[in-house]
Design a protein around this ligand. Structure first.
Ligand SMILES: Nc1nc2c(ncn2[C@@H]2O[C@H](COP(=O)(O)OP(=O)(O)OP(=O)(O)O)[C@@H](O)[C@H]2O)c(=O)[nH]1
Ligand SMILES: [Mg+2]
Length: 148
């Protein structure tokens, strides 16, 4: 019931196109996986209520487009976010190095100082193609501020 919800949190998922942001979200909200999922256009949005220590928390999760040409709404969807999930693909080193750009965007558009950042290395099932673990953290992601 709506009344039972203690808090609503705005979470963003960002990262290069094709790293699996929408797939992570679909797994979390619907427990499904589509091996041929289409690229996100603009932004998608899903809501899921979870229980934390017996309290109901509503997560409003914004799944952003990685492709530059589809990212028309950028500043508005960063506004007011409490958490951000940065995603890279462990089989594509460029998706890890480009996290710096995503962190710059966060700095530019996020309105909160206490933003919680989580780094996710996705596609670990493609073990034979593994090129990049989290050896060096991207700029501005000190251990203390990172949830892994
Ligand atoms: N093998 C494997 N494939 C994955 C995984 N996650 C996503 N994929 C596939 O990778 C492709 C891209 O996934 P998406 O979730 O659409 O990627 P995205 O980051 O949302 O891409 P944009 O919407 O363009 O920003 C799809 O074909 C997915 O099926 C994974 O963990 N393992
Ligand atoms: Mg997507």
């Amino acid at each position: 019931m709506e009344d039972d919800v203690l808090t609503t949190l705005k979470i963003l998922i960002i990262g290069e196109s094709g790293v699996g942001k929408s797939s992570l979200l679909l797994r979390f909200t619907d427990d499904t996986f589509d091996p041929e999922l289409a690229a996100t256009i603009g932004v998608d949005f899903k809501v899921k209520t979870i229980s934390v220590d017996g309290n109901q928390a509503k997560l409003a999760i914004w799944d952003t487009a990685g492709q530059e040409r589809f990212r028309t709404l950028t500043p508005s969807y960063y506004r007011g976010a409490q958490g951000v999930i940065l995603v890279y693909d462990v089989t594509r080193r460029d998706t890890f190095t480009k996290l710096d750009n995503w962190l710059n965007e966060l700095e530019t558009y996020c309105t909160r100082n206490d933003l919680v950042k989580m780094l996710v290395g996705n596609k670990i099932d493609k073990v034979s193609l593994f090129v990049c673990a989290c050896g060096r953290l991207p700029r501005h992601m000190e251990e203390g501020t990172l949830v892994r």
